[in-house]
Design a protein around this ligand. Structure first.
Ligand SMILES: Cc1cc2nc3c(=O)[nH]c(=O)nc-3n(C[C@H](O)[C@H](O)[C@H](O)COP(=O)(O)OP(=O)(O)OC[C@H]3O[C@@H](n4cnc5c(N)ncnc54)[C@H](O)[C@@H]3O)c2cc1C
Length: 283
């Protein structure tokens, strides 16, 4: 059974690009940059994987034609990671060819821990060939991020740091929020010191405040990093940060395959469930 879209519209900008477009333009008009994500994950046949790559190539053209200030995010499982690493890499490279041509940028989202190593391996190959046109995500809750962050920072990789959104066991990931926050701060410090433009992706006041204080104390100017948040969450905070001179970017998902993304947002925060319930009863 497919749930009706109105339930998801707080978190998802539309079921297609044309419906998402006014939302993107509104954000750009407020000097907030965008990262577009055409939702979807885990395809299990080759033609769907290459179709996903083609969809992203078309999206890059649409961004270019509409003159939007927007990059894109992709999930490697949508481009065939469950089928074959090489197939997935080839599909990603097709998207990156287009990003290079349109002078744009592709962020590889980080998925569940079964995919972490393969995602980093494919990112490294992509980085060698496409440099500034590709970036990756690290999840502060994973134990392995302690090593990954140094490795990727030494390469000069463009990293989005987030807490991590998947349910992972204790042997793989920290479970306690304070420990995750401490790890986030430790890794943000590495990225701020060693890379040219880290992306701090969180809605957490403690981490936002820590970033503001840390960069201020260490003379790291606002042009050296950016804050990232998800569409539908804390937009006023983002607007305030932008007005204060900080670079900001909102991750804007759209598409018909919104359910897994929507479910992660609900699991993350009980207030989000409450919001959806009130939306249902308001109709
Ligand atoms: C741009 C972006 C990209 C992401 N990409 C990935 C990815 O590739 N892979 C991945 O695994 N995860 C990704 N995530 C999700 C991320 O890992 C977290 O699951 C998600 O951001 C929740 O953690 P948080 O730090 O934002 O705040 P939470 O841990 O949800 O909340 C912590 C505290 O922040 C405050 N807060 C949070 N939300 C709100 C709100 N709406 N209003 C008021 N206060 C609030 C509250 O005080 C709350 O107690 C991404 C997140 C962002 C922002």
């Amino acid at each position: 059974m497919k749930l009706p879209f109105f339930l998801a519209r707080k978190f998802v900008a539309g079921e297609d690009f044309d419906h998402a477009l006014p939302r993107i333009q509104e954000l750009n008009d407020k000097n907030i940059q965008v990262t577009l994500d055409k939702l979807g994950e885990n395809v299990d046949n080759k033609s769907m994987a290459s179709e996903s790559a083609e969809t992203y190539r078309i999206l890059l053209d649409k961004i270019d034609e509409a003159g939007l200030d927007s990059t894109i995010s992709v999930k490697l499982t949508m481009m065939g990671l469950d089928i074959d690493d090489e197939l997935c890499r080839d599909n990603l490279f097709k998207v990156l060819d287009k990003a290079q041509k349109t002078n744009n940028f592709v962020r590889i989202d980080m998925e569940g821990s079964d995919y972490t190593q393969a995602t980093i391996d494919i990112f490294k190959q992509a980085y060698k060939k496409y440099g500034k046109h590709v970036g990756i995500v690290l999840q502060a809750y994973l134990h392995r991020t302690k090593e990954d962050v140094r490795d990727l920072a030494d390469m000069g990789a463009d990293v989005r740091l987030c807490k991590g959104a998947y349910s992972e066991p204790e042997r793989i990931a920290l479970q306690n929020m304070n420990a995750i926050r401490d790890a986030f701060k430790e890794y943000a410090e590495v990225l701020l010191e060693k890379t040219s433009y880290p992306r701090i992706a969180t809605h957490d006041d403690e981490l936002i405040k820590w970033t503001l204080d840390y960069t201020d104390r260490n003379n790291i100017g606002p042009s050296r990093f950016e804050f990232q948040m998800l569409y539908g969450l804390r937009q006023t905070t983002m607007e305030d940060l932008t007005e204060d001179g900080y670079n900001s970017r909102i991750y804007v998902p759209y598409g018909t395959m919104w359910f897994p993304y929507f479910k992660r947002r609900l699991m993350e925060r009980k207030e989000n469930i409450w919001f959806i319930l009130t939306t249902m009863f308001q109709r």
